[in-house]
Design a protein. Structure first.
Lengths: 104, 143
């Protein structure tokens, strides 16, 4: 994500898509948004309990993170937990637009 | 009577419904086997990074997780350390996630190595192998 000034707002919601395998039973998912260099959590979202019927089938889940405030440059990580177990992550790198625009 | 308004915008690619500002500020969740988005809860943000984490992510397709591994996370000056005290295995990185990623590789390699030599293990490694078997198993190979 390119930002001109800070603090900034990610103007659009962020959608997270997850494909899971080997799950079965009831799961509550959690997304924690972490500022990676400090390890500081900046947001957390819990889902309602949902069922996965069979571990033989893959499962798709989609989460929408509302527009978020960005106060510092750096890497933000979206960590996925299922029943409090860390099962995955994805990252967003926030960098400043160089003077003169992104082409310079 | 409850009324709600939705905003509709037209573009070359078609018409799309634009959620209201209030709606767009909510977290949503599309559960498995569903076509309906439901609201997810914004929970209280933890103030401190976790000191331990339940680890449950393997990438090697030959392996399957049976039970989560409780891993201790510790920052040591410039390095993060992920530690599984039960068998004294470690992962290192510049942050907690890198340490967990390194830990994952270590555990996967350890499992595969011990699996290959499982009939020739000494006492210490037999203990490590028995602990690993509680958490990880080999995925059955298709016939």
């Amino acid at each position: 994500m390119l930002v001109a000034t800070l603090p900034a707002i990610h103007p659009q919601p962020i959608w997270i898509y997850v494909k899971l395998a080997d799950g079965e039973g009831e799961y509550v998912y959690r997304i924690e948004i972490i500022k990676l260099d400090s390890g500081q959590a900046i947001g957390r979202i819990d889902t309602h309990p949902t069922q996965i019927k069979s571990r033989l089938e893959s499962t798709d889940i989609v989460l929408k993170i509302p527009p978020m405030a960005i106060e510092e440059l750096g890497v933000y990580e979206f960590q996925l937990f299922a029943n409090n177990i860390w099962i995955g992550r994805t990252m967003m790198n926030v960098v400043q637009i160089p003077p003169g625009g992104p082409q310079s | 009577m409850n009324t709600s308004t939705i905003e509709v915008s037209a573009s070359d690619s078609g018409i799309r419904i634009v959620p209201s500002k209030r709606e767009s500020e909510k977290a949503l969740f599309l559960p498995p086997d569903s076509s309906e988005l439901i609201f997810a809860k914004k929970a209280r943000t933890p103030t401190q990074p976790p000191k331990r984490i339940k680890f449950g992510m393997l990438r090697d397709r030959r392996l399957r997780m049976l039970a989560a591994i409780t891993v201790e996370l510790e920052r040591k000056t410039e390095t993060f350390v992920a530690h599984w005290p039960e068998i004294d295995e470690f992962g290192y990185g510049d942050n907690a996630s890198e340490a967990l990623e390194d830990f994952r590789k270590t555990i996967e390699e350890l499992y595969l190595t011990l699996h290959e030599r499982r009939d020739q293990l000494g006492t210490d490694l037999q203990h490590v192998w028995s602990v690993l078997l509680k958490h990880i198993e080999m995925r059955p190979t298709p016939a």
